[in-house]
Ligand binder design. Sequence first.
Ligand code: RUB
Length: 311
Amino acid sequence: MEKEVERIIKDIKSLKIQGARNVARRAVEALALQIQKSKAKKKPELYSELLEVADSLAATRSTEPMMRNAMLDAIRFTLMQIKSKPKMQVSTLRKAIVKEALTYLDKMKQDHETICDYGAKLIPDGGIVLTHCHSSTVTGILKRAYELDKNFKVVAFETRPRFQGRITAAELAKAGINTTLVVDGAMNMMMRSADLCIVGADALTAMGDLINKVGTSTLAHIARAHDVSFYSAAELYKYDPLTLFGNRERIEERDSKEVWEKAPKAVKVKNPAFDATAARYVSGYITELGIVPPTSLLTIARQKLMQINDE
Ligand code: RUB
């Protein structure tokens, strides 16, 4: 495997590259790089190489369907090319795979822009917005709202144990947005003056449930108790199609040392990276095809998947 690809794999595992979109984007870039540099002389050899790199990337984090969907699409695309164009040279196939990866990255960018436009409209002028962890989709929406001259404050929760809330706070403050960082335990207290909650998503299920950074469901439950709207901003590519057939989203369990490095042996430490928020706590999903209630998520996600398969 290419050294750069190995480095990306390491960086995704260590959270140097974090957030579903960034993970998916860098995984697609890594796959394209491996194929571009491939020395495979025959198509089956190139295909095996692609499978190996897609497998290694998909295994880096277990709760990332967006990355998995992208890897599966690359595999599907390659198989279709091999089957439908038997005379195609291996060098042409290599170029076609790289081109397809670039097209995917372009589409990701377009979807992100659309979500930022839709989401920015929801940000209340003069209001207080609560967010958790670091979602590039959420920060994109908030920055877009700020560009539209909306005047609002953001409260970002710290997000133990890896403190992704600090990334959010630093990024928003740098953009000029009035931002306060607060410990996770103060969610209920901060909700008293909140107007809206908005978080990202790692996975969306067929039932309309949301999988996102651990603590998200706590925020959603508290929002409900205070009658505050709770939105998740997500590209539809985060939908996990297998959840339609009863598969449950696997929740990544990370090293307990991230929580307490030298914990006494008698203390058990758990470190789940994500949690599930039931659909009934989500006011709506801000997607590239519109802002929809969780009950419509399945229909709209399938519409998106059909669009992709038709292209
Ligand atoms: C990040 C996280 C983010 C989603 C969405 O967790 O939970 O809310 O990934 O991010 P981690 P984006 O830091 O463990 O990767 O909107 O950028 O896809």
